[in-house]
Design a protein around this ligand. Structure first.
Ligand SMILES: Cc1cc2nc3c(=O)[nH]c(=O)nc-3n(C[C@H](O)[C@H](O)[C@H](O)COP(=O)(O)OP(=O)(O)OC[C@H]3O[C@@H](n4cnc5c(N)ncnc54)[C@H](O)[C@@H]3O)c2cc1C
Length: 105
């Protein structure tokens, strides 16, 4: 498979002519870098970006729905623990500011 831009969305697509049949008793599919699980975003009614993660403005954590914030892999896509920690802290700061009008975090 390879990533292609389909209708403005980054989608994982099959590469024609590369199909193979392999015997197997059990198949576990572990597909990374495909974006977030959509059920979470759908449940909250937030918009997704072309990379299939929760859309926010750059450097911001508020989403298309008021009072809903997103951070970590749901916002950035599959990444590193240090980014998830950093985004969690930044997101908490923005939520505090949203709620209080100022923040000391
Ligand atoms: C196999 C693998 C190996 C990795 N190796 C590394 C590595 O070596 N170094 C590194 O820095 N990063 C690594 N990463 C990436 C790192 O784990 C992630 O970037 C990081 O964990 C993202 O943190 P997060 O808090 O955004 O999301 P997560 O850690 O995924 O936390 C999301 C949490 O939400 C919970 N959740 C989901 N749905 C619901 C629901 N409906 N209700 C309640 N809870 C829910 C999940 O159970 C989970 O606990 C790896 C990731 C994977 C998958």
């Amino acid at each position: 498979v390879e990533f292609k831009n389909v209708d403005g969305q980054r989608k994982l697509c099959e590469i024609e002519g590369t199909e193979k049949n392999l015997p197997a008793d059990l198949i576990l599919v572990a597909a990374g870098f495909t974006g977030c699980e959509n059920y979470g975003a759908k449940a909250f009614g937030v918009n997704l970006s072309a990379r299939n993660v929760v859309a926010t403005a750059e450097g911001k954590y508020d989403t298309s729905r008021e009072k809903i914030f997103s951070a970590g892999d749901m916002r950035r896509g599959q990444s590193l623990v240090v980014w998830a920690i950093s985004e969690g802290r930044e997101c908490a700061r923005q939520i505090d500011e949203y709620l209080m009008g100022y923040t000391n975090l």
